[in-house]
Design a protein around this ligand. Sequence first.
Ligand SMILES: Cc1ncc(COP(=O)(O)O)c(C=O)c1O
Length: 383
Amino acid sequence: MDFEISKKVEKLAPSGIRAFFDLVLGMKDVISLGVGEPDFVTPWHIREAAIYSLEQGMTSYTSNKGMPELRKQITHFLKNRYGLNYDWDEEVLITVGVSEGLDLAFRAILNPGDMVLVPEPNYVSYAPTVELAGGKAVILKTTIDNGFKIMPEQIEKGITKGVKAMMINYPCNPTGVSYTKAELSKIARIVKKHNLLVLSDEVYDELTYDFDHTPLSSIAGMKGRVLYFNGFSKSYAMTGFRVGYVCGPSKIVAAMTKIHQYTMLCVSITGQIAAIEALRHSHASVQEMKREYKRRRAYIVDALNGLGLDCHMPQGAFYVFPSVKKTGQNSMDFARDLLKKKKVALVPGVAFGSSCEGYVRISYASSYENLKEAIARIKNYLE
Ligand SMILES: Cc1ncc(COP(=O)(O)O)c(C=O)c1O
């Protein structure tokens, strides 16, 4: 039988990262610096809380919006950490990672053809999720000349009739770029002037190394215009638990909850219990992981620049985004050839959009020893 697939889905290009990593599967002794997930296992006290909840027989559905205790813990955390005030019952929704949160948000706000500004390079799911929700992603390309940061003037130029919202992610996957409060205030000015809604993916907030992270919603006048996305995958090394959350205007959160209750029902209770424990007792483990990422960042940036692969110092997350232009190869050829000859896997920049040609993404969520060995192999390859 040949069943027809939805046109929207047929049009969708498969993830460039997946396509590349299909090549890695089945190869032996590969050092993979390609995946965007912590190499640490979830801290033991969090796993223990999850195990204990199972022993106690906690295996049911929860409230659609998420366990009240988790939503309360999140609002406490945001208040203490950033001075943010969200109502735990009206303005918070627990989602299956930031991924589900973004999908719900685009589906909740977009009518067919509505446009969303998406800075590039960006996390690979943004544009496809917008398109699946019936919207149109308008790509705003950033370059190394501005340190891969989106400039307020660029946003203003991008705002045409039909633009309803803007996506922002910082610290950024894949560049590691983040924004200071002063930079965010300039962006906020444009957002307010044009009455935009901003979806702010701050899933790497705890992994900001050189200055304090500032949530966009904490800038004066922005709370009512921002959907704040965060989760437990990165800072707490909890990717497999699949827990994230969104905070924002109650009307939008209620609309998102409507979709969530029909499509997902709720996030796994085990994940939610683990997340409560993470918020209560993980400060020390988060700081320890952060220290180690920072140590690796210093090493890898220095080593890549030493090899002649120009690499800016990222301010957060666990990625570096060096240029491979000097090799004369495009990013896909470089990545394929390096994999084949030296068994180091990294992600070709083109996976993040056409403007990222000439760059590769290297994740330093891999042991210091692995990074050293990878650098030795890259050096050998370049020679
Ligand atoms: C910027 C960004 N947002 C969202 C996600 C997905 O996070 P989650 O595991 O919370 O769905 C990732 C994962 O790599 C990411 O890099």
